[in-house]
Design a protein around this ligand. Structure first.
Ligand code: SF4
Length: 918
C-alpha cells in the first residue's frame, strides 16, 4: 500500500498497549532546562490500516506517560549502582555457574508481550539454542495461549485466519469472552461504524456480565460462567439438525467432523437443554442459533473470557468447529477471530518465545523442525523438549529447581495466579535478574540484578498485531541514562557467555532479517509463518517498512489479509481438524465459606499493572480506585451501600476493594479489575485470589472463575488526602494512591480510631522547607468523627485531609481544581473544608470523557436541561465522545438511565432535526 513517508519531525510508530496495534504519528519538541522531558504530540496515523487514524483514550494519553519518574536508569547489583560491564559479567558468571552445577534446566527466562519481536527473537535463541533449555515463557501465556493451542489443533498452525476488515464485511459478529469496547476500543469503534453504516449488521455479546460492549448488541447472552463450550456445542448440533452445515466444505477440507458432532450432540442435544445448561432462556438461544445458521458472513471474536479457563483450548475449538462445519472461514467477513491482549503477543508466538514451541512456528514434536533450527542457528546444544510454562515455571522457582530466573518487561508478582506464592518464590529465588524500564515494581524489588531497559518511544523494532500485521515501532526519544534495548541486553549476556559469533547483532534490522530468514528456511509452503519476502531488507528498507500482514512470500509480496481461502491447512493431511469437545464448567468450587464466583478483567483506561497508564492523571480520572462489582441484592444481604469497602478473600489471598453496586453482574458473581498492585494500593492484587489451575494443553490459568468470600471491611474511619508529594501510607489499613494535577490523591480507611488527626496527618507529610511559612485551617467534630484540614506552605495550598465515619463521595472535581491551582485567597479558604464553593458552582462530577474532561454531572444535567437524546447531540453540545470514542458506550448508558419520557424525546428529536443534531 502507499504510505506517506515520515515527515522530518514526525515519527510513525505503533501504540504501546493492546493487540489492536494502532499506528501513531508522533512529533517531538525539544525539552528545556526547566522541562527536561521533551514535549510530545501524537495523533492516530490515518494511513495505518489497523486504526485509520483512530486512537482510544489510552493511546491518546501516551504522551503523558513518558516522564522519567520511577525510571530505572542505571544497572544495579544488590541495590547499588553498577556499570554495564559489571552487571553483564555478574549475570553471565552466575548463569554459567548454575548451569555447570545443575544443568541448563536450572535457569529460565520469563518475558513479555511488550517486548519487540527482535527482543523476543534474541531471548528465545539464547535460551533454546545456546543455553540449551526450553525454559523461556512469557506473560502471553496468561493472555492467549489457549487460542494459540486451539489454532494448532484445528489448523495445524497458530494462524489467525481473518483480519479487521472482516468485521466490517460481516453480517453477524459474535463477541464472546471479550469486552471489546474497553479492552480493544479501536476495533470496537470499527464495529460501531460498520453497524452505523449497515444497521442490518447484527452484534451478539456472549458474556456472563453486562459489559460496555452490550451497548452495541442486538442480543446479549448472559451465560453461566464457563458454559461457552457447551453453547458452541449446542450451536454445532443445531446447525446439523437444521441443515445449516456446509457438507461440501466439510468433505473437501476437514476431518473429524462426525466425532465432533457426536460429542456436541451428546453434551447439548437441543436448544432447550443448551439453554438450561447455559442459564439463558430458550428464545435467546434460538435467536443466536437462527442468526448464525442463516448468515453466511459471521465473525466470532474471542478473547480472554474464552482463553483464561481450565478448558480454554476446548472452548476455542468449540468455536472453530462451528465455523469449519459451516464453511464460515477463509472468506471475506467469515472467520473465528482470536484477538490478542498485548501489543506483541503475536510477535512472541512468531519467534517461538513460549516454552512449548521451538521457533518460527516450528515445533519440538517434529524431529525435522529440531534439525532445521539446530542447523540454521548452528546450535549443537539446542533444547529438544518443551520448557516450563508460566505457572509451572514459578512453581519450579519456588521449589528451587529453577535457581536463576531472568524476568524481562513484566510483573509476575501481580499478574500470575496465586500471586502471594509467586512473590514468595521471587523472594527466595537464588538469582533473580529483572530487566525493565520501571524502577520499582512489585517484582523488581526482589531482584539481585536490575538492568535498565528502553521504554516505548525509545525502542526500535517491530510488533505484530491480532490480524498478523507487522508494524514498526520507531524510536522518537533518546535513551535516558544508561537504558538499553532488550535485544542489546540479551545480546551482551550471550556474548559474555561465549556465544558471540551467533549473537553479532548491532542493530534490530540484522535481527529482523535473521528472523525472516529462519521463517522461510526450508519452508516450501509447509509452514504458515513465512517472511521470505522481507528477509533481504536493508537498513533503509527496514526503517521504511510499512504495516504488512504475514505471510509475505513471492506469492504474497504485499502480505496476506486472509488465510485458508484455498481450504488448505497445515495439518499432515492438509485438512482442518474438528475436535470433539466434552465441555467442562469451572473447576472453582463454591462452598458455604466461599459462595461468590469472582470474574476478573480490564477497565477502559488502565493497562496491565499500571506501570505506564497509572502515570496519566487523565486516565486515572475515569476510575481511580480498585473496585469490585457486586449485585444489589448481594450488597443488601451484606448490608453495604455504594462505596463501602469490601474484603474479598479465599485460601490464596485477600484484597480490599471499593464496592460498585450494579446489576451488570449476576447474583452470586463479582467482577474486579486486574490492574492495581502494591505500588498503587494496600491490597488489590487480584492475582492473589486466583488458584494456579491451568488448561491441560495450553497451561493458561483460569482467571475468570475463583471461589471467594466477601465481607464488609470494618473501618472506623474513611477519608482522603491530597498532597503535593506522596503521603506516607505505612500502617494504614486501606489506602490507594494515584496522580492528580499538581500532586497525589490517597484514598484511606482505618480500623482503629485516631485521636490526634493533626499529629497523625503531619507525621505522614513530607518535610517542608523551614524557611517557608506554614499555616493551617481546620474543622473538627469529634462526636461525628469528622476532621478536615488544609495546610498552606508559603501561601500555597500544600495538602488537604478529609476524614469521616462513612466513605467519602468520589466526586470532588471542584476540590481537585482548587488543589491544582494552589493559590487560594484567604477569604476563599474556608470553602475548601466544605468541599464546595461559597457561591454555588456546578460540579462536573466523575470524568466520563477523558479527552475533553467532561464529567458525569455535566452530562446528566445537559441531558435533562437541554433534553439531549442521542450521543451525537451530546457530542455536539459538550464534545464528549467526539475524539477517541472510548466513552460512547458509557454515554449511551447514561442516556438510557436518564431517559426522558418518550413525548419529550420525540420533542427533542423534532427540535434537533432542525439543527442537524439528532
Ligand atoms: Fe492503543 Fe487503544 Fe489502539 Fe489498543 S485500541 S492499540 S490501546 S490506541
Amino acid at each position: 500500500m502507499n504510505h506517506p513517508p515520515d515527515q522530518p519531525n514526525r515519527t510513525r510508530t505503533t501504540c504501546a498497549y493492546c493487540g489492536v496495534g494502532c499506528g501513531l504519528e508522533v512529533s517531538v519538541a525539544a525539552g528545556s532546562a526547566g522541562q527536561p522531558v521533551p514535549r510530545v504530540e501524537l495523533r492516530g496515523d490515518a494511513a495505518h490500516p489497523a486504526n485509520h487514524g483512530r486512537l482510544c483514550s489510552k493511546g491518546s494519553a501516551l504522551g503523558e506517560t513518558l516522564g522519567l519518574d520511577n525510571r530505572l536508569l542505571h544497572p544495579q547489583i544488590g541495590g547499588l549502582r553498577a556499570s554495564w560491564n559489571l552487571a553483564i559479567d555478574t549475570v553471565a558468571n552466575r548463569l554459567r555457574d548454575i548451569i555447570a552445577e545443575s544443568g541448563p534446566e536450572a535457569v529460565a527466562f520469563y518475558v513479555s508481550g511488550q517486548l519487540l519481536t527482535e527482543d523476543y527473537y534474541v531471548a528465545n535463541k539464547l535460551m533454546k539454542g545456546f543455553i540449551g533449555a526450553g525454559n523461556i515463557d512469557t506473560n502471553s501465556r496468561l493472555c492467549m495461549s489457549s487460542a494459540a493451542s486451539a489454532h494448532k489443533r484445528a489448523f495445524g498452525s497458530d494462524s489467525v485466519p481473518g483480519c479487521y476488515e472482516d468485521l466490517e464485511l460481516a453480517d453477524l459478529i459474535l463477541l464472546t469472552g471479550s469486552n471489546t469496547a474497553w479492552a480493544h476500543p479501536v476495533v470496537y469503534q470499527r464495529i460501531v461504524k460498520a453497524k452505523a453504516e449497515r444497521p442490518q449488521l447484527k452484534v451478539v455479546v456472549i458474556d456472563p456480565r453486562r459489559t460496555a460492549s452490550c451497548d452495541l448488541a442486538d442480543l446479549h447472552l448472559p451465560i453461566a460462567p464457563g458454559s461457552d463450550a457447551l453453547l458452541f456445542n449446542g450451536l454445532l448440533a443445531d446447525l446439523a439438525r437444521r441443515d445449516r452445515l456446509d457438507p461440501a466444505y466439510i468433505a473437501a477440507h476437514t476431518e473429524g467432523f462426525e466425532a465432533a458432532l457426536a460429542a456436541a450432540q451428546a453434551s447439548a442435544p437441543d436448544r432447550a437443554s443448551t439453554a438450561a445448561a447455559c442459564g439463558v432462556d430458550e428464545a435467546t438461544i434460538a435467536r443466536l442459533f437462527d442468526w448464525f445458521g442463516d448468515t453466511t458472513r459471521v465473525v466470532t471474536l474471542f478473547s480472554q473470557g474464552i482463553n483464561q479457563s481450565s478448558s480454554g483450548v476446548d472452548k476455542g475449538n468449540a468455536i472453530i468447529n462451528c465455523h469449519l462445519a459451516s464453511g464460515k472461514i477463509g472468506k471475506p467477513g467469515a472467520a473465528p477471530f482470536s484477538i490478542t491482549g498485548q501489543p506483541n503477543a503475536m510477535g512472541g508466538r512468531e519467534v517461538g518465545g513460549m516454552a512449548n514451541t521451538l521457533a518460527a512456528h516450528m515445533e519440538y514434536e517434529n524431529p525435522a523442525d529440531l534439525d532445521r533450527v539446530r542447523r540454521f542457528w548452528d546450535a549443537p546444544a539446542l533444547a529438544h523438549q518443551p520448557g516450563l510454562k508460566a505457572v509451572e515455571l514459578f512453581q519450579a522457582v519456588a521449589a528451587g529447581r529453577v535457581r536463576a530466573l531472568w524476568i524481562a518487561g513484566t510483573n509476575p508478582a501481580v499478574s500470575l495466579p496465586e500471586a502471594n506464592r509467586v512473590r514468595q518464590a521471587l523472594q527466595n529465588c537464588e538469582f533473580l535478574i529483572v530487566s525493565d524500564c520501571e524502577g520499582r515494581t512489585d517484582t523488581s524489588q526482589h531482584a539481585h540484578v536490575l538492568l535498565p531497559a528502553a521504554a516505548w518511544g525509545e525502542k526500535d523494532g517491530t510488533v505484530t498485531n491480532s490480524e498478523r500485521r507487522i508494524s514498526r515501532q520507531r524510536a522518537f526519544l533518546p535513551l535516558p541514562g544508561e537504558a538499553r534495548p532488550d535485544w542489546w541486553i540479551f545480546t551482551q549476556v550471550a556474548r559474555a557467555l561465549g556465544f558471540g559469533s551467533a549473537f553479532d547483532y548491532d542493530t534490530p534490522q540484522q535481527i529482523f532479517r535473521e528472523h525472516a530468514r529462519l521463517s522461510s528456511f526450508e519452508n516450501d509452503g509447509q509452514r504458515d509463518f513465512d517472511l521470505s519476502g522481507l528477509s533481504m531488507l536493508d537498513a533503509a528498507q527496514y526503517d521504511a517498512l510499512q504495516p504488512i500482514q504475514w505471510p509475505v512470500t513471492p506469492t504474497h509480496p504485499d502480505g496476506c489479509a486472509r488465510l485458508f481461502s484455498d481450504g488448505r491447512y497445515y495439518t499432515p493431511s492438509g485438512r482442518a481438524r474438528l475436535i470433539p469437545i466434552t465441555p467442562h464448567l469451572s473447576v472453582a468450587r463454591l462452598d458455604a465459606p466461599h459462595p461468590f464466583l469472582l470474574n476478573t478483567g480490564r477497565i477502559r483506561d488502565q493497562w496491565h499493572t499500571m506501570t505506564r497508564s497509572g502515570r496519566s492523571v487523565r486516565l486515572l480520572s475515569h476510575i481511580a480506585e480498585p473496585f469490585v462489582e457486586i449485585h444489589p441484592e448481594d450488597a443488601k444481604t451484606l448490608g453495604v451501600g455504594e462505596r463501602a469497602l469490601l474484603q474479598v478473600h479465599n485460601h490464596h489471598g485477600s484484597v480490599t476493594l471499593r464496592a460498585q453496586i450494579s446489576d451488570a453482574v449476576q447474583r452470586g458473581q463479582l467482577f474486579a479489575p486486574i490492574h492495581w498492585n502494591d505500588q498503587f494500593a494496600s491490597a488489590a492484587r487480584i492475582g492473589s485470589l486466583v488458584a494456579a489451575v491451568t488448561d491441560p494443553i495450553s497451561g493458561q490459568p483460569e482467571f475468570k472463575q475463583s471461589a471467594v468470600a466477601v465481607e464488609p471491611f470494618a473501618a472506623t474511619w474513611h477519608g482522603f488526602v491530597l498532597s503535593r508529594e506522596p503521603f506516607t501510607t505505612d500502617q494504614i489499613d486501606y489506602w490507594c494512591r494515584g496522580p492528580i494535577e499538581g500532586g497525589h490523591c490517597h484514598e484511606l480507611a482505618g480500623k482503629q480510631p485516631i485521636n490526634d488527626w493533626r499529629g497523625w496527618f503531619t507525621a505522614r507529610l513530607p518535610a517542608t522547607d523551614p524557611m517557608l511559612e506554614s499555616s493551617w485551617i481546620e474543622f473538627q467534630d469529634a462526636e461525628a468523627g469528622r476532621y478536615r484540614a488544609a495546610r498552606f506552605i508559603g501561601g500555597r495550598l500544600d495538602s488537604l485531609i478529609f476524614i469521616d465515619r462513612t466513605p467519602q463521595p468520589a466526586e470532588r472535581t471542584w476540590l481537585l481544581e482548587r488543589f491544582a491551582c494552589g493559590q487560594i485567597e484567604p477569604s476563599a479558604r474556608p470553602a475548601l473544608l466544605a468541599a464546595r464553593p461559597a457561591v454555588a458552582q456546578p460540579d462536573a462530577g466523575r470524568t466520563i470523557c477523558v479527552c475533553f474532561n467532561v464529567g458525569l454531572n455535566t452530562i446528566e444535567q445537559a441531558i435533562h436541561s437541554q433534553r439531549l437524546c442521542t450521543v451525537e447531540v451530546i457530542g455536539n453540545r459538550l464534545r464528549a465522545g467526539t475524539n477517541c470514542g472510548s466513552c460512547l458506550p458509557e454515554l449511551r448508558a447514561i442516556l438510557s438511565r436518564s431517559a426522558t419520557p418518550s413525548a419529550a424525546t420525540q420533542d427533542c428529536q423534532a427540535q434537533n432535526r432542525h439543527t442537524d443534531q439528532c
